[in-house]
Ligand binder design. Structure first.
Ligand SMILES: Cc1cn([C@H]2C[C@H](O)[C@@H](COP(=O)(O)OP(=O)(O)O[C@H]3O[C@@H](C)C(=O)[C@@H](O)[C@H]3O)O2)c(=O)[nH]c1=O
Length: 182
């Protein structure tokens, strides 16, 4: 696997070694020792999640707070997404900045998103299956979010706004400024 830095500190793109033969392909989707050596991050993932979505679904921008804050290692098993994360660590030099990349089932890239970041993705192909590891358990009461189209974040989703499909919960999320003033 190869690890690439992003514009956001502690946030990495992981590019696996995909081995192809006449049967198909094989790759190690997670190798703790290699992950830790190449990123310098000690990962203790304890929950795996999987979701399926249609084209146009936007999930996010989500995070958990306090003792339930989560680092995530995200990837696409089938289909394609635009994946986005936002640095919400108040003391970070890249506070409020975001990183985005395409995750698909062709390159099999992964994104490591540290604690203190918001995360979301826009689904670009029907029947996309998204999978991620978390280093903390889900906790309903610790869930927070920022609205995906917050002008202050300036995220280019590159998709017609009227075609987006969001959960009722996600439609009501606050801007970053409103969240910080809560
Ligand atoms: C995230 C999560 C949800 N749930 C439940 C709550 C709800 O009934 C149902 C669907 O939850 P949501 O609508 O929050 O699912 P979703 O919008 O897919 O939430 C996910 O979005 C992406 C962008 C992330 O980064 C994740 O951390 C997570 O927040 O699943 C769990 O039981 N465990 C979990 O870990």
């Amino acid at each position: 696997m190869t690890v690439e830095e992003t514009n956001l500190k502690d946030c990495f793109v992981i590019i696996p070694n995909v081995i192809k033969d006449n049967r198909g392909y094989f790759f190690e989707s997670f190798n703790k020792a290699q992950f830790e050596t190449k990123t310098g991050i000690v990962a203790n993932f304890i929950q795996d999640n999987q979701s399926q979505s249609s084209k146009g679904v936007l999930r996010g921008l989500h995070f958990q707070v306090g003792t339930f804050s989560q680092a995530k290692l995200v990837r696409v098993i089938q289909g394609k997404v635009l994946d986005v994360c936002v640095d919400l660590r108040k003391k970070s030099p890249t506070f409020g900045k975001h990183f985005s990349l395409i995750l698909d089932a062709v390159e099999h890239k992964q994104l490591y998103i540290p604690k203190g970041f918001a995360h979301g993705f826009l689904v670009l192909e029907n029947d996309t299956i998204f999978s991620y590891k978390c280093d903390n358990y889900y906790n309903k009461h610790s869930e927070r979010g920022i609205i995906y189209n917050d002008k202050a974040l300036d995220i280019d989703w590159g998709f017609p706004e009227e075609d987006l499909i969001l959960s009722e919960k996600d439609k009501r999320l606050p801007t970053l400024r409103a969240y910080l003033n809560e």
